[in-house]
Design a protein around this ligand. Structure first.
Ligand code: KIV
Length: 273
């Protein structure tokens, strides 16, 4: 079943994603942070693999995405790039590496591209970071924007609840989306905003929108792999569909192994030299 929907085996490009929007073909995006997982995700036919700064939560157990460093993101991105043949690999710029000023932003962006060999970067924010976005684009680096719930600003929001429900915030989000498109971004993640607002943004833009908790009208969807595979505990927002219960499968398998070791059932005669 793996990869059965993918006829086009060519490497996905930012240009191809824009074409997919024009052709009304939905874009599938999923996070991955390590070689083994990325190989499976790419082999299944994913269009975009996001080396998200959610690695801070998923891989390192931090409460927020804020602590992850540039070096750590580069480490994860390198592993994912090594495993990926077809998908476009997008790496998050971590908190603190692009908010200070455009020069620092472009310096850090170049480091990620040079060392990880990923295809593009993702930055959270709208007009407040637009000069940095322009400078990074001017350096020849493709950028995906990220609006709505932007986890790097969690301490400002104070909550992970749905964003842009009020008109003023919705209007700001729409103008931010246009500013990112006008600057030259190739796509925008819309996180946890009302479906009607995401639909309006999607219709107004020529670049694809990728939703997470933003409804079905977006040009594509993204989820965090550990959430959709049922590996994370105690996280069940309305937008999350769990496609497997790997947490349970792994616990059972590991329990079985422990039992076999304790009962001297493993290894057996065929499993030794
Ligand atoms: O870091 C991440 O995983 C993300 C997605 C939630 C879009 O930014």
């Amino acid at each position: 079943m793996a990869g059965y929907l993918v006829e086009d085996k060519r490497k996905v490009t930012t240009h191809r994603l824009i074409q997919m929007k024009q052709e009304n073909k939905k874009i599938a995006m999923l996070t991955a942070y390590d070689y083994t997982t990325a190989q499976i995700v790419d082999g299944a036919g994913m269009d975009v693999i996001l080396v998200g700064d959610s690695a801070s939560n998923v891989m390192a157990g931090n409460v927020t995405t804020l602590p992850i460093t540039l070096d750590q993101m580069i480490y994860h991105a390198k592993a994912v790039v090594r495993a990926t043949q077809r998908a476009l690999v997008v790496c998050d710029m971590p908190f603190g590496t692009y908010q200070v000023n455009p020069t620092e932003g472009v310096t850090n962006a170049i480091r990620i591209m040079k060392e990880s060999h990923c295809d593009a970067l993702k930055l959270e924010g709208g007009v407040e970071i637009i000069d940095t976005v322009r400078k990074i684009l001017d350096a020849g680096i493709p950028i995906m924007g990220h609006l709505g719930l932007t986890p790097q600003s969690i301490n400002k929001f104070g909550t992970y609840s749905v964003r842009a429900k009020e008109e003023a915030e919705a209007e700001k989000l729409i103008s931010d989306a246009h500013a990112l498109e006008d600057a030259g971004c190739f796509g925008i993640v819309l996180e946890k905003i009302p479906a009607k607002l995401a639909e309006r943004v999607t219709k107004e833009l020529t670049i694809p929108t990728i939703g997470i908790g933003a409804g079905g009208a977006c040009d594509g969807q993204v989820l965090v792999i550990a959430d959709m595979l049922g590996m994370t505990k105690g996280f069940s927002p309305k937008f999350l569909r769990r496609y497997a219960e790997l947490g349970t499968v792994m616990t059972d398998a590991i329990g079985h192994y422990i039992q076999d070791v304790k009962n001297c059932d493993f290894p057996n005669e065929n499993e030794q030299y």
